[in-house]
Write a protein of this length. Sequence first.
Length: 232
Amino acid sequence: MAPNEVGAAAGRTEAPGVRVWDLPVRLFHWTLLAAVVTSVATGLIGGLWQMDLHVVSGCVVLGLVLFRVLWGLVGGRHARFRAFVKGPVTVARYAVDFLKGRAVHTPGHNPLGGWSVVLILLALAVQAGTGLFANDDIFLEAPLAKYAGKALSDRLTGVHHLMSNVIYVLVAAHVAAVALHWWKGENLVKPMITGVKSNADPAAGDGPTPWVLAAVTAVLAAVPVAWVLSIW
């Protein structure tokens, strides 16, 4: 290949990067992953200190979900729910186009990915919320179980166990979607690490991160979780 042809090929493959994911979203994503893995592992292993850690990691999940919900209302351009939660017609059209290989690359979450985020947040909220009232009839009593009474605590424990399977399915679908996008030539993992997405319209870039607002949002999410742990 001639030198000018090499340069042309390089020009076709390289594209200016555009920052679409602010640091709060990226920190949320990877911290949530670590907390969920910890919760799953300790829940499956069991044991005294493992279940104590299970409660703590579950509270961390709840705090992170609270943060993401708030940040979805006041956060960066592509972090807000209004940027990626679309109606059923738009979602169906995107799904058909994607399967046919003609889907438009979106700077933030695509219409399918947006609803995946919403469903995972809802499932984790229910899982962490019911976990606050759970017990295992042996040595674990979650922070709010004593306020619910044994009968209600048992019912919520059952919901907590059931939701584990729902979360497994949602996470598996999420991972499969990321893998499918990668197979079709779109890397969704790297932008969630660097914040930068290639082949995106420069006009779609996110603005400066409002750090004061992010800090206030984090505190608002952390306070109720800290209170729950303080009465445990």
